[in-house]
Design a protein around this ligand. Structure first.
Ligand SMILES: [Zn+2]
Ligand SMILES: [Zn+2]
Length: 389
């Protein structure tokens, strides 16, 4: 589908984007690069949705059918440890999740479809900011994404290092978990470390709370419904010989079922309050204090079947895993899937030189898969928009 010079150009774009990673809602250089390219291809380009979001529109024929393809643009606050020529030029910021590759594949798709127009309908190319924990997809939706660009379905793709290069993995239903954060503040009477009986030692209370929270998955939930509850931060005290007045615990929980999510949140409240009461301490609990939680990434049946047809057309049935185990990671594309039917699939990045996972300071998107991912997008558009049903 792509000739050598087109493949080389994709690699150049990708390696350029890798050098200029930008954090959530600050993707100004990246989004301008993308918008300029889309304008050069001859597309209608809209900038500024959710600050740095870019949406391009391409129509062919007379059908009212439409499809949206989404790529994310943001990097992570990680200092890159690679030493190759295209390593990040921005301190403490890097494309450790391969969003440079996602943007490049979608750009290459836009150019191909503009040149060939082998479809009947409208394609929306969505380049979103702030996937990493800041819910850029939700911001775009809140600012009118699907009113301005009224697509009937939406598709996403993420590279995955555990899958062989160029293979795909996709299934209907849950692909990725929901993600929620919580902050618990335990408050008691501070006291001298030598006289614990004169206060409420909230550090000991915190230890009981942490243990109690670990029983949610093991004792409260149906074992057939996977979930994770993790305490990831403990903040308390500043000296050797005094018991502090408060402890702050922060953590996250993830699962594949909204009902399980509700149960976990309720059980956190119940356990924290009960444990604290038994020690005479007080507790406040805040869910998602900084950013919205992410819903479950849920693929609809019909759109998953279309994604499968497109993936198989590109790499053959033997290279498409149709029964992947869903990931406990999460994805803000889930917000788009709450608004429109669609499908999110994984493209194998293959084992890298250092065999590292996403968000690792040695990660790098595999340029060999750029034309494969772009070919999938093209096939998908042709599959969905040329489908007579
Ligand atoms: Zn990531
Ligand atoms: Zn990512």
């Amino acid at each position: 589908m792509f000739n050598l010079s087109e493949k080389n150009e994709m690699r150049i774009w990708r390696q350029y984007l890798h050098q200029i990673p930008e954090l959530a809602y600050q993707e100004t250089q990246t989004s301008q690069f993308i918008a300029d390219k889309l304008t050069d291809f001859g597309l209608k380009v809209h900038q500024g949705l959710a600050k740095t979001g870019v949406v391009a529109t391409l129509s062919a024929g007379n059908s009212s059918k439409s499809i949206a393809l989404r790529a994310d643009m943001d990097g992570l606050p990680i200092q890159e440890q690679n030493s190759f020529a295209h390593k990040s030029r921005h301190a403490n910021t890097m494309h450790a999740c391969g969003h440079d590759g996602h943007s490049t594949m979608l750009l290459a798709t836009a150019r191909y479809l503009t040149g060939h127009r082998n479809f009947n309908g409208t394609v929306y190319f969505i380049f979103q900011p702030a996937e990493e924990g800041r819910a850029g997809a939700k911001s775009m939706i809140d600012e009118g994404l699907f009113e301005m660009f009224p697509t009937s379905c939406v598709f996403g793709m993420h590279n995955f290092p555990d899958i062989p290069a160029g293979h795909f993995a996709v299934k209907s239903g849950a692909m990725m978990a929901s993600f929620d954060c919580f902050e618990i503040t335990l408050t008691g009477q501070a006291t001298h470390a030598a006289m614990p009986h004169l206060g409420n030692d909230v550090i000991v209370v915190a230890a009981q709370v942490i243990n109690a929270l670990q029983t949610i998955v093991s004792r409260t939930l149906d074992p057939a419904h996977p979930a994770v509850v993790s305490i990831t931060q403990i903040h308390a005290g500043n000296t050797w010989n005094a018991l502090p007045e408060s402890v702050v615990l922060r953590g996250t929980f993830r699962c594949f079922d909204p009902a399980v999510k509700t149960t976990i949140a309720e059980k956190i409240e119940q356990l924290v309050k009960a444990v604290c009461a038994s020690f005479g301490a007080a507790a406040t609990i805040t869910f998602n204090p900084e950013n919205p939680g992410y819903p479950v990434t849920w693929n609809t049946e019909a759109e998953t079947a279309q994604a499968l047809r497109a993936a198989i057309a590109v790499v053959g049935e033997q290279c498409v895993n149709q029964t992947p185990i869903p990931s406990m990671g999460s994805e803000d594309f889930a917000f788009m899937l709450q608004e429109r039917p669609g499908c999110y699939l994984w493209i194998g990045n293959g084992a890298s030189e250092n065999s590292c996972l996403l968000h690792n300071p040695n990660y790098d998107f595999n340029d060999q898969i750029l034309p494969i991912g772009a070919a999938y997008w093209v096939k998908l558009v042709e599959t969905v928009l040329n489908d007579p049903t």
